[in-house]
Design a protein around this ligand. Structure first.
Ligand code: COA
Ligand code: AMP
Length: 631
């Protein structure tokens, strides 16, 4: 029998197709409910429907208290491993529950209750996860902001989410530098029309902040003084969190996640996709600021009763390319989930993976990759050097859990490097042509999911249902447009080739080239600009800016470009990795004035430009080739 024949995937996927509501009702038995649902799915509410309306639960209780009640309070729930701080800590389920109840009590004392927002601006420290869970415990709605964003991005999120309280740390740690958070928070609050009632600041010994009297409270003091708070039952359809992600403009989208569907989908995915069971050690090397961190550092492993690892470090340089092997060996990791860029970084520095494999990997079983397309050579390299299954899986902030995957829990099908696997039960995925017709296998098109989206996927955008419809549902009626292009082959394997919009993936971080263009266009010397994602051997894609200067500007182009690089770092953040801008005499456009970004990107990647016949002035492409030649 082939591995494919042994896989239970087909039968499970068919069972979901036959009766999706019965399938999800069965999956929901893995969650503890305070009250059952009126219906499994109600198509009449929201942009496409809601899951488990009428039901009540508490996500934090499902992540923590119920495991303690089941007698597993002594099992390790969370391990913090920080090569950057030179420390490591372990928390049992009982300890994590107790700390979370205290922090929930501290938030409650500051007035936080059901439906209030809590913005969390913290690095990879246990208190970040504890605060997320504490917010969930109260039925409040958290919104975590990634530490690599600049003040203006933090301000945009504060203005939109309108938090009652902001919880921050005094600093984050990057190799060779301390990122002081307090100045960024102060600058963001100076920009934001909305002000929180209070800030809770976690003082890290390495760089404490000066607290602002009347606004700031010391996190640990408030935690110690609080009365522990019990979990508050909320509706399955209430929001658990808002996570802002890049859209096609400078304004980030507030992706909403609800409680019930999220708990059911994530709990199901742990067994079905990752093959994890209670007591297993699972490690997701990402950041709590991203959806991968929300789902697979915090919520899913705890819902499933696993031990999760929070790693404050990098794949290389902390101290070397063997870092991941050390963590796997030290903590008995069974499955590692990271971005392909991390594997490329290791491969660049240690082509034989000797430093990685020098550690005891005997308990390590599989590597999961997502966040960006994994190039086949990297997938093959990882499979060969680590001698473990390598499973690519494709998903988005909006879906909250994988759309396609290899299903380790159901028995894997053959490894096809470069493919993102097959659709998870819950997703009817098809490649569509521009008119919304389903394409034949093997044909490239827009990847779209037939509505409804499954439990766990975003029911809407924060206070912007119209924005949800416009961004995802309008182009192909009856479908959710993923924004990714690709094809489904004759075996049913999905190949995701890249975005169809202005979003790029840099080192697994989702960024908007539109947002960067807005920053470049704000420079007084810039008349017009284009930002494209150029291929990069380490980060997958990096942004490249092309600018046309205003008539009469006679300053040195290099000085202007250096200012532009600084401006993007200041406004969006270091994470944008915007390191290169080039001055060109004009930009290639269609006769109707649309900038030909795809042709520019092809030139930047060393490919023929292949402009459409509607190009206005083909010579503009020669100017760009010349400018690129100077890179
Ligand atoms: N806080 C503050 N700054 C941050 C940050 C954070 N949380 N995360 C990244 N940055 C900064 C970096 O220090 C860097 O600054 P620099 O321009 O001054 O050097 C910049 O943002 C770009 O960071 P990054 O793109 O991550 O590049 P890098 O060169 O620091 O590291 C890798 C490259 C491959 C090692 C790194 O990207 C990595 O570990 N990637 C894993 C991918 C991942 O976790 N993706 C999440 C989605 S699954
Ligand atoms: P984010 O919302 O930050 O998780 O980014 C989502 C986007 O990352 C997707 O729309 C894809 O473009 C890309 N992406 C994530 N995982 C994969 C994958 N496994 N293969 C290809 N692209 C991916």
């Amino acid at each position: 029998m082939t591995r494919e024949q042994q896989s239970r995937y087909e039968s499970v996927y068919r069972a979901w197709q036959r009766d999706p509501e019965a399938w999800w009702a069965e999956a929901a038995s893995g969650i503890s409910w305070r009250k059952g649902w009126d219906r499994v799915f109600d198509p009449a509410i929201g942009p496409y429907g809601v899951w488990f309306p009428g039901a009540a639960l508490n996500t934090c209780e499902n992540c923590l208290d119920r495991h303690v009640a089941a007698g597993r309070g002594g099992q390790t729930a969370l391990i913090w491993d920080s090569p950057l701080a030179g420390r490591s800590e372990r928390f049992t389920y009982a300890e994590l529950t107790a700390r979370t109840a205290q922090v929930a009590g501290a938030l409650k004392a500051l007035g936080v209750g059901r439906g209030d927002r809590v913005v969390i601006y913290m690095p990879m420290v246990p208190e970040a996860a504890i605060t997320m869970l504490a917010s969930a415990r109260l039925g409040a709605i958290h919104s975590v902001v990634f530490g690599g964003f600049a003040a203006a991005e933090l301000a945009a999120r504060i203005s939109d989410a309108k938090p009652r309280v902001i919880v921050a740390a005094s600093c984050g740690l990057e190799p060779g530098r301390i990122v002081a958070y307090q100045p960024i928070l102060d600058a963001a609050l100076a920009l934001s029309p909305h002000q929180p009632e209070a800030c809770l600041i976690l003082q890290r010994e390495i760089a404490p902040a000066t607290l602002k009297p009347g606004r700031d409270h010391d996190f640990l003091t408030a935690e110690a003084a609080a009365h522990p708070a019990d979990p508050v039952p909320v509706l399955a359809t209430d929001p658990l969190y808002i996570l802002y992600t890049s859209g096609t403009t400078g304004r980030p989208k507030g992706v909403v996640r609800d409680h019930g569907g999220h708990a059911v989908a994530l709990h199901t995915s742990m067994g079905m996709i990752y093959g994890a069971k209670a007591g297993d050690v699972t490690w997701t090397a990402s950041d709590v600021g991203w959806v991968v961190g929300h789902s697979y550092i915090v919520y899913a492993p705890l819902l499933a009763g696993c031990t999760t690892i929070m790693y404050e470090g990098k794949p290389v340089g902390t101290p070397d390319a063997g870092a991941f092997g050390r963590v796997i060996a030290a903590h008995g990791v069974k499955t590692l989930f990271t971005a392909p860029t991390a594997m490329r970084a290791i491969k660049q520095q240690d082509p034989e993976a000797k430093l990685f494999t020098a550690h005891d990997l005997s308990r390590f079983e599989a590597l999961f990759l997502a966040g960006e397309r994994c190039d086949p050579p990297t997938a093959e390299w990882a499979a060969e050097k680590l001698a473990r299954p390598v499973i690519d899986h494709w998903w988005q902030t909006e879906t909250g859990w994988p759309i396609t995957a290899g299903f380790r829990g159901l028995g894997l099908f053959p490894f096809k490097p470069g493919s993102g696997g097959r659709p998870a039960p819950g997703y009817d995925l098809q490649a569509l042509d521009d008119n919304g017709a389903v394409l034949a296998p093997g044909t490239n098109g827009s990847l779209a999911i037939r509505l409804p989206l499954p439990p766990g996927a975003a029911p809407t955008l924060w206070h912007d249902e119209a924005g949800f419809r416009a961004a995802y549902l309008q182009d192909f009626p009856g479908w959710y447009r993923t924004g990714d292009a690709g094809m489904i082959d004759a075996d049913g394997d999905v190949w995701v080739m890249g975005r169809t919009d202005d979003i790029i993936n840099t080192a697994g971080h989702r960024l908007s080239t539109g947002a960067m263009e807005e920053v470049l266009a704000s420079h007084p010397d810039v008349a017009e600009c284009a930002v494209v994602g150029a291929q990069d051997a380490l980060k997958g894609q990096v942004p490249l800016g092309l600018v046309v200067l205003k008539a009469g500007v006679d300053r040195a182009p290099d000085d202007i470009c250096a200012e532009l690089v600084q401006l993007v770092r200041q406004r969006i953040g270091a994470v944008a990795s915007f390191k290169q801008a080039l001055v060109v005499p004009r930009l290639p456009k269609t006769r109707s004035g649309k900038i030909l970004r795809a042709a520019i990107r092809r030139l930047a990647d060393g490919e023929p430009a292949n402009p459409p016949p509607t190009i206005e002035d083909p010579a503009a492409l020669d100017d760009i080739s010349r400018a690129l030649g100077t890179r």
